[in-house]
Design a binder for this molecule. Sequence first.
Ligand SMILES: [Zn+2]
Length: 331
Amino acid sequence: MPEPGKDFNPKQIVLDKISAQGGWVNAHAHVDRAFILTPENFQLTGESLETKWSLPDKYKEQASVDDIYDNMARVVEDMIAQGVQAIGSFIDVDPVIKDKAIVAAKRLRENYKGKIKIKFINQVVKGVIDPEARKWFEVGAEFVDIIGGLPERDAGHEAEHLDILFEAAKKNGNKPLHVHIDQFNSPDQRDTELLVKKTIEHGYQNKVAAVHCISLGAQPKAYRQELYKKMKEAGIAVIVCPCGWIDNSWVASKDEDVIGPIHNTIAPVKEMIAAGLVIALGTDNIQDIYKPFNDGDMWTELRFLLETSHLYDVDVLTDIATGNGLKALWL
Ligand SMILES: [Zn+2]
């Protein structure tokens, strides 16, 4: 209880609890592509997600390892300044950037040893089925701590995409998986269900985190509840990045109405917690063509999560911001 005459300030209570738990955990970022916004590409922020997947190519081709390292270090410095104890970041490893982000990541890990825990995950923005993309995926899979996926990039072949991820994970010492999934806020998308099925098929229980799960909120309640049970059985953690996706109802319904259950554009966090799932928090893209105004502020992310989910339990919020992130990064 507050002392007489002092404000009862729930934000400060959460911040103090987070600090007492060793600090924030940013479970999902793309540190290699932060701060690549320019006046030119700022004009393209209204393009579709699929178009944006290729827009950083010009930067990735031209950037030196030093350029990429500088972006990464700027994010990490900012995270440390905020009291972040651990970060999980995707890095692009593909035919365009080749291994430049890997070289920069090695330097980053070395230079920040003891200051912040870093886990790297390979982004597969060119998919894993195209032969050249597959070659670089295999290179990335060897380097990273966690195998990364993006089944939407191989649309129509999502199951094959997931099989390739699981096989690479097993081949490289049973590494865990982070998979961008159900991003389109569409009732036609049921990729989390597919991820659960594949996790069980490959015997990969308790080694998979699903990143975003936005489309789940567009499904009927009975479907959602059934899926949470299966996710719990498969030990799948969920990482949400609230600021990155809160605009997605507008993006998804730009050309025509999309009909589905009313929901805020975030995974159904409260329902998932009630079902016993582990929910962690991330910043996703920082100051780039996807999210030009995202400054990577952890409190802003937690604030969006608690507001969109009407989740005011300070202990649950603390877990999401700290221990659950450690779990989702296997730290
Ligand atoms: Zn991401």
